[in-house]
Design a protein around this ligand. Structure first.
Ligand code: ADP
Ligand code: MG
Length: 398
């Protein structure tokens, strides 16, 4: 199958050419015809499979073929980074067809707010928004949804995880009932089903085998004690030439402290976390994309949706509690059929978590022995290791 099979507008085909999209990905092959037929859709496919273009392309085609002088499409996404990325893709694809879009997200200063407000007043074909900020802008009354035709929920699972359920329901109450609704998600937990049953009408369902990391990822793991992790990172970077690296850690505090610990061993890295101002985050992402910053440290915020090409190494400084997050984290490398490496550090307490991951991805990851200079490592024995400490309440809770 090629993009020719969809009979897209010529302007859109030219943009696809310019962006180097030669062949639709599986989710695109399956979703695009359904969307062109104006049906509601639930689509489940892991990160990095090309979900954005799967909905952006058919929607742009429909807008290009209509008289477009009104707000046509609302796209909701969980984070400002993702909203910006979607906006960039929309801009890229619509280069030759003059479709306009406005990204609406929080975190900026008063000027951003005013800019967004002005843009809304002026109008556009597509709004790409985070739910929280859109709710605030709704109050201004400048958004006219009466001719809206498409609602897209991108990374619906993430939006619900972030507590946007009520905001989403409220936003939808402003939209015409007669619309096409498309829900995209990397996972399909029951709460997504509940939401879908409320807001979609007779949806088609597409699911592409869940939770299998891309084949191009070389997955490795080390058993290590916590105090061996920094020296181990030093060893891994020694004599190699990784151009673009993400190190994931479980908490914001860990991320911040890692930046300093790495500096001590001569590794320049920057940390990405929610305490940064939005401007700082944007600059940091740009510096990372341009390789000015080669090593980025972040929490799982970074693991979803962030689209940076050519990351050659992902390090899990600790094992994520949710096995799906492992797939998302390592999915940052080996995007769109390139190759990459993912290395996970497993301390004695994280063994069961790692075992759960191996269960999810249905394969065992080889445990590389530590370099001898670092001393003895814990032994991988997930079945006999103690379960993680759980807090229990003894006695009465007030
Ligand atoms: P997802 O939303 O499923 O995580 P994205 O839409 O962000 O995935 O796409 C992942 C990457 O693959 C992006 O860099 C995107 O530009 C690229 N991509 C998507 N579809 C194609 C295609 N058909 N041909 C080439 N590259 C593609
Ligand atoms: Mg996506």
């Amino acid at each position: 199958m090629t993009f020719d099979d969809f009979y897209f507008d010529y302007g859109l085909m030219d943009a696809l050419d310019a962006m180097g999209f030669n062949k639709p990905t599986p989710i695109q092959e399956m979703a695009i015809p359904v969307i062109l037929e104006h049906k509601d859709l639930i689509a489940c496919a892991q990160t990095g499979t090309g979900k954005t273009a799967a909905y952006v392309l058919p929607i742009l085609n429909k807008i290009a073929e209509s008289d477009h002088s009104h707000l046509n499409t609302l796209i909701l996404a969980p984070t400002r980074e993702l909203a910006m990325q979607i906006d960039q893709q929309v801009q890229g694809f619509s280069y030759y067809i003059q479709v306009s879009s406005i990204p609406i997200y929080g975190g900026g200063d008063g000027a951003t707010w005013e800019q967004q407000k002005k843009a809304l007043k002026h109008g556009a074909d597509i709004i790409i928004a985070t739910p929280g900020r859109l709710i605030s802008q709704l109050a201004s009354g400048d958004i006219n949804f009466t001719k809206l035709e498409h609602l897209v929920l991108d990374e619906a699972d993430r939006m619900l995880d972030m507590g946007f359920y009520d905001d989403i329901v409220k936003i939808i109450s402003y939209l015409p009932k007669d619309r096409q609704t498309l829900l995209f998600s990397a996972t399909m937990p029951p709460k997504i089903r509940t939401l879908a049953s409320k807001i979609l009408y007779k949806p088609e369902e597409i699911s592409i085998s869940i939770s299998k990391p891309a084949a191009g990822i070389d997955q490795q793991a080390y058993m290590t004690y916590d105090n061996q992790k920094i020296p181990l990172l030093g060893e891994i970077f020694k004599g190699t030439s990784y151009q673009s690296v993400i190190i994931f850690a479980g908490t914001k505090d860990k991320v911040k402290s890692l930046q300093f610990e790495l500096k001590k061993i001569g590794l320049k890295a920057k940390s990405f976390h929610s305490d940064l101002e939005q401007k700082e985050r944007e600059e940091l992402m740009n510096d990372f994309r341009s390789r000015k910053v080669q090593v980025l440290i972040g929490t799982d915020i970074l693991s979803r949706g962030i689209d940076v090409d050519g990351i050659d190494l992902v390090v899990n400084y600790d094992v994520p509690p949710d096995p799906e997050d492992y797939v998302h984290r390592i999915g940052r490398t080996a995007r769109a059929e390139t190759k990459g490496t993912a290395i996970t550090f497993i301390n004695e307490k994280d063994q069961r978590r790692f075992h759960a991951i191996e269960g999810l991805i249905e394969r065992e990851i080889p445990k590389t022995p530590l370099p001898a200079s670092l001393g003895a490592a814990p032994i991988y024995s997930p079945r006999t290791s103690k379960p993680e400490h759980k807090r229990t309440f003894k006695g009465k809770r007030k």
